[in-house]
Design a protein around this ligand. Sequence first.
Ligand code: GLU
Length: 526
Amino acid sequence: MRNGLSADLIARVLGAAPKYTLDELEKKFPPRALPDGAFVTRFAPSPTGFMHLGGLYGALVDCKLARDTGGVFMLRIEDTDTKREVASAVDIIVDSMHRFGLEYNDVPEYGPYYQSQRRDIYHSVAADLLARGLAYPCFLTADDMEQIRANQKAAGFATGIYGEFARDRDLTDDEIMAHLDNGEVPTIRLYSVGDPSKRIFCKDAVRGSIGFPENNEDIVLIKSNDRLPTYHFAHLVDDHFMRTTHVVRGEEWLPSFPLHAQLFRMMGWTPPMYIHTSTIDKIDAETGKQRKLSKRKDPEANVAFFLADGWPTAAVLEYLGNIAASGYEEAKSKGQVSSIWQYPLRVKKIPISGALFDMKKLEWWAREYIATLSVPDLVRCVTDWANEYGNDVQKMQVQNPQYLAAMLGIERDNPKRIRKDFITWAQTLGEVAYFWDTLYTKNTEFEFNRDVLAEFLKTYDASDDKDTWWNKIVAIATAAGVKNGEVAMNLRVAVTGRTNTPDLYSVMQVMGGDMVERRVKEIING
Ligand code: GLU
């Protein structure tokens, strides 16, 4: 600890007198009136213009924990890194949250929820630390720090601003004033009293108590360029005054954990419970090894990929939910629950080692999910997707909702036997493309039996019911001495171009007599 700064000096150092005392802040943001056991969580992304799948996973865990316990789920925009900020990046985050159904229920009383709008609050807490000699203004320039770093490296010391290398940690008031009179704007640094030869224990709700060497670095609390806080300081202040009970964040924050524990201790505040989640991994196609999803290499690392590609957002969430709550899939297959929102997430079971995200497995969740949709819902999802993301062909395909409903409705009337070949909205439109003449392609590989097709046309009547239609096929097969299935297969390939389709009678009914006759004739003649 050093001597605390006077109120006047604090005002000069921070650029203005602090707006609040700590007591005022405590009153302004009182403990929340929530039932016992209610979790207060927050998703706290930095607006980089990119929403990572791992971020979505964390947000789901946050949202689930709050919803499961009747608590509060906040969205906090960590926009203090003005250098990294990208226009419309917040829109991407907010939009993704809505699309994936991760609704937050924060209230204005604990806001604002943009860190860039909370400067007064951070400065008020920084003023308290400055007054208590637990923080100090530091006037080191980038060049100074480079020099310190080079010296440390040359001498084999750990790099950083700490102990004897923290040039300004014990400046006198006069020295501070001289710098200020010189027009210099300081950073505010922590006056660390940590000793790395001692251990500090930090509690993670899943990992248990983890021992770390104490932090001795005088880390930056408030930056000089914009007087905004660093993540370390902002999160301390926000999670305290927003009354966060559980911080869910990626395991990349584990190394900063001792620093955060130290900061909470210095403030005399009870830290929230931390849950450091594992990375979301994949199996690398080249090496066959498990590795973290990479923003650079893997399109699926970006949440926008799933939207543009037409994956049902609910299925992506179901899959991520099953990673966080591994018993979900079993409970669902037993029919005990039908959505991740009905299955309680157990904190202790949240995985802490690399969770695998596998597109094949996602396909399964998507097939299962789409199978639960009613025909009107399916039509709506496909149409909305095509209108927003589709190409011209896909947009054309959703022009006629009745026609689309008829083809998508095939094999969806028996709840026990719903077709499961639809995976994404884009792929669904691909699956039914043969219902349009412009998209149908004649199968040139199949060896057609043109005689049975000619026989079929002689008696075909589009108004036949299914039995009559089938009896005619049987009659043609018998007369030609071939199997019934062979006649049906010839018809199927003739009218759809494919060897694999849902119920052929239904397909032909939806197409209508003209289309069927035209296509069969074309095969016979060609
Ligand atoms: N802004 C931090 C990040 O994007 C948030 C970490 C946290 O949730 O505390 O990683």
